[in-house]
Design a binder for this molecule. Structure first.
Ligand code: DP6
Length: 329
């Protein structure tokens, strides 16, 4: 049995948003989502099961993890230990090469890399669907980062509490870019888990969102398969802003936008008026992510860099699946 493994996974950005859980205990999504896995940003996670450890030792970006983060990591490791029939604790070291916990999908690439490295280190020969289901239990968007390119996470369950993401089209299906206008390097105030639970409890628009989301997903999916950028961008903006509207109507409101977010949204509209195909999506943070044709990425990045408050841009291109790295002996 191998006891050590390292995996690399990339963040993904949803164009049809997941927001809301069917079941909190099993973390099954209430709505279907569709995302693009990106290259250009990655999480690298090493897991070593070590009989000498009395407890899991978790390090994130070179520093000991907070109690809450360490507990989420140990919950995933407990599932792996139960499946492998072992009680051995693990050392986990995870590094992101992009802002952590600020709405840049760090939990997606983080739990995808952790699920892959932990199952491999424990000697479990699981296929990608089982690893995706494991990652989903920790963070539903992480299920999608197991696969490269365009990925679907259906709503509900496929088997008894089982739900894995499914690859829809490979990274080379379409030459598009997602330009991230980075608005802050710091952590966000309300995470996605808390934000969606609060909306489910208090937003009068939550039921409307859950009812409307499947049709938004279907529009996004059809536009993607037809490689119709205008239709995809329009549907993706609708999904993102409807998700935010749902949380804006929560009591008290969850507001992920900063002034820079609205300035960036206005810039995207200006670009469109100037004839550049650019559409925005926003997750549980202040960053605007701009969908455009691959050939327009440099121009869009330049325009977004000029927006007051945008610190820098990251040009995300369609990226690959999570992979296990060979470790030197
Ligand atoms: C806005 O996957 O972080 O990025 O399952 O509670 O961990 P949990 O939530 P998470 O939510 C992501 C929400 C989103 C939209 C999306 O990625 O689909």
């Amino acid at each position: 049995m191998t006891h050590v493994a390292r995996a690399i996974a990339h963040p993904n950005i949803a164009l049809a948003k997941y927001w809301g859980k069917l079941d909190v205990a099993t973390n099954l999504p209430a709505v279907p989502s569709l995302s693009l896995t990106l290259d250009g940003m990655s999480t690298t996670t090493a897991v070593a099961f070590d009989p000498a450890l009395a407890a899991d030792a978790v390090e994130l970006n070179g520093a000991p993890a907070s109690r809450a983060d360490a507990a989420r990591v140990s919950a995933l490791l407990d599932r792996v230990r139960a499946a492998a029939g072992t009680g051995v604790r693990a050392r986990v070291a995870s590094e992101n090469d992009f802002p952590t916990a600020s709405g840049l999908a760090s939990s997606a690439s983080g739990f995808a890399a952790l699920a892959l490295a932990a199952t491999r280190a424990a000697g479990l020969a699981w296929d990608a669907a089982r690893v995706s289901d494991l990652a989903r239990r920790s963070s539903a968007s992480a299920a999608r980062s197991i696969f490269g390119g365009w990925v679907v996470l259906p709503a509900g369950r496929q088997g008894e509490d089982f739900l894995a993401a499914e690859p829809l089209a490979p990274a080379d299906h379409w030459d598009v870019a997602l330009v991230v206008a980075v608005a802050t390097e710091g952590p966000k105030e309300t995470g996605s888990t808390g934000g969606m639970q609060h909306a489910a409890r208090t937003s009068p628009y939550y039921a409307a969102w859950v009812e409307a989301a499947p049709a938004m997903f279907t529009r996004v999916r059809a536009a993607l398969l037809a490689r119709d950028l205008e239709a995809l961008g329009t549907a993706a903006e609708h999904s993102a802003l409807a998700m935010h509207a749902c949380s804006l109507a929560a009591d008290p409101a969850t507001l992920y936008f900063q002034p820079v977010t609205l300035a960036a949204l206005a810039r995207v509209r200006e670009l469109r008026r100037a004839g550049v195909g650019a559409w925005a999506t926003i997750d549980a943070g202040p960053h605007v992510k701009v969908l455009c044709a691959g050939g327009d990425a440099a121009r869009v990045a330049e325009a977004m860099c000029e927006v007051p408050g945008v610190l820098r841009t990251i040009e995300g291109r369609p990226g690959g699946a999570a992979v296990v790295e060979d470790l030197a002996p």
